[in-house]
Ligand binder design. Structure first.
Ligand code: MN
Length: 498
């Protein structure tokens, strides 16, 4: 999957010149050991780069500005080994524009009970220095992440790793370009939104193209290229004819192969990483892009159906944030479809007309060709599968007219009890936290959409941090949600975020 660059994070230790050369030599030595340990831990997805100890106003300001202009730097990790008077940080922080982590840690894990004296106290005083630094960041109202704990602890390193992914999401957001090849579905509200405000807030570029321009790119795909891709499909997926003629079936599949190749070429040529379609506006395309869109999503493209550019951008963002996650379980657009309301077995079938990303599939993936109940084209080929079990996050970015709100629901994906032989689409099944009733009521109160951007590989914390970094409201629905508190939170947020 094509993402941004090979990002790095700068490690900046704060101190001052009051302590003498010997102490500062220790500070630099300890910082080097820590950075080396973090890089060798194997836990962090990106490299940490040690910078010289920051002592003065001028050094701090220069370093933050260098971080701004270094295209490979995705964020700065700050830590005060000793005391570092925080007024010296004001100008640097004021001019800094990238993600900031305050790693509130300490070089030594344990107090050296036998030998501790005032020299030790003065050299190892992160508890003191980090409070002075934290104060100025809070006073200046600067968004940052605070992670506390011993730097060589695996849990702390995992939290740093998660934050790094969020930081890359923040950096890469402004490189997301969404191609709209159809407008919003007529009369639908929740998929609408202010594209100018989205570019101001998130950096997203959302542009429309006439559907027949991309259809032309599809028509130009050679038969040889299509045949080769169809062969790949037939190798990779189970062919579920279900009584259809094998040759006619293959012709339908070939249409999707042409769409996959043509769409990808068009997106590449115009430099877009996400796309929206609409079943009611297909121009000269022979089928609604189904299998083709599913494969493009698996390659890392964002997608939103019925003109839903917000979901398309969110899917792309979450694909970027989860790039190269070890043993990733997948990220997709999904749609709340139908409920099981049997007590103790409650859940929501998540599906769409066709377009679910096979990265979330569990077990074999098949191809079916079936009629669509909507639209007026030939029966489209699609990939069918059921999704994995496990925890995930479902997100919905909505436009409330005066602001964006990101709704983040922790969900538990399960298997449906029984096979569904007549369901011709890929599906997931989940129960929202804290339970079906409260989770669903909370989603409705918060104004969440029917489309979601979903991932098994991201946490609620990461999505909240991303929303905070973007300066937008987020509403979490998880095991701690109760309706009265949530309704109050929505009231308070309406004042806070207007
Ligand atoms: Mn839909």
């Amino acid at each position: 999957m094509k993402t941004g660059r090979d990002y790095k994070f700068w490690f900046c230790t704060g101190s001052q010149d009051l302590y003498g050369d010997e102490c500062l030599a220790h500070v630099a030595e300890h910082s080097a050991i820590m950075v080396d340990g973090l890089n060798k831990s194997g836990v962090l997805p990106f490299e940490v780069v040690l910078k010289p100890t920051l002592l003065t106003n001028e050094m701090i300001r220069r370093t933050f500005n260098e971080a701004n202009s270094d295209e490979d730097c995705a964020g700065v990790i700050t830590w005060m080994h000793t005391f570092s008077p925080a007024k010296s940080w004001i100008l640097g922080l004021q001019e800094y524009r990238k993600p900031l982590l305050h790693l509130h840690t300490q070089f030594n894990q344990e107090i050296p009970y036998e030998t501790i004296d005032m020299d030790f106290m003065n050299e190892y005083q992160s508890a003191h220095g980090d409070r002075e630094y934290g104060h100025i960041v809070s006073r200046m109202g600067i968004e940052r992440k605070v992670i506390m704990g011993f730097w060589d602890d695996k849990n702390v390193q995992e939290r740093i790793a998660s934050w790094m992914r969020t930081a890359v999401g923040v950096m890469e957001s402004s490189h997301i370009r969404v191609m709209r090849i159809a407008d919003n579905m007529r009369n639908v509200a929740v998929t609408e939104g202010d594209k100018v405000e989205a570019q101001i807030k998130f950096g997203w570029e959302v542009d429309a193209y006439p559907v027949n321009e991309i259809a032309e790119a599809v028509e130009q795909v050679s038969k040889g290229d299509i045949d080769a891709l169809v062969e790949e499909y037939y190798d990779k997926y189970d062919i579920l004819l279900e009584g259809r003629d094998a040759a006619e079936f293959k012709k339908h599949v070939a249409v999707q192969a042409g769409i996959e190749i043509g769409f990808e070429r068009f997106l590449e040529e115009k430099n877009y990483q996400a796309i929206v379609t609409h079943f009611g506006d297909l121009g000269s395309l022979k089928q609604l892009p189904g299998l083709a869109i599913q494969r493009l999503m698996e390659k890392g493209y964002g997608f939103g159906a019925e003109g839903d550019w917000k979901t398309a951008a969110m899917v792309r963002l979450m694909k970027i944030m989860t790039a190269n996650v070890p043993n990733a379980k997948g990220t997709s657009m999904l749609e709340d479809y139908t409920y099981n309301l049997v007590p103790g077995k409650e859940g929501i079938i998540q599906a769409h007309m066709l377009e679910i990303c096979p990265s979330i599939a569990d077990g074999p993936i098949g191809i079916k060709v079936q009629p669509l109940s909507m639209g007026d084209r030939e029966d489209p080929a699609r990939l069918v599968f059921s999704a994995k079990e496990g925890k995930g996050v479902a997100t919905s970015l909505i436009d409330l007219g005066n602001r964006f709100r990101l709704i983040i629901n922790a969900v538990n994906c399960k298997k449906v009890e029984k096979p569904m032989p007549h369901l011709p689409v890929a599906q997931a099944f989940w129960t929202p936290e804290p339970n079906m009733q409260v989770g669903t009521e909370a989603w409705i109160y918060a104004g969440g959409a029917h489309h979601t951007a979903f991932s098994y590989d991201l946490s609620v914390e990461q999505m909240v941090d991303w929303a905070d970094a973007m300066g937008i409201e987020s509403v979490v629905i998880d095991k701690n949600t109760d309706i009265r508190t949530l309704k109050n939170e929505l009231r308070w947020n309406s004042i806070c975020y207007r």
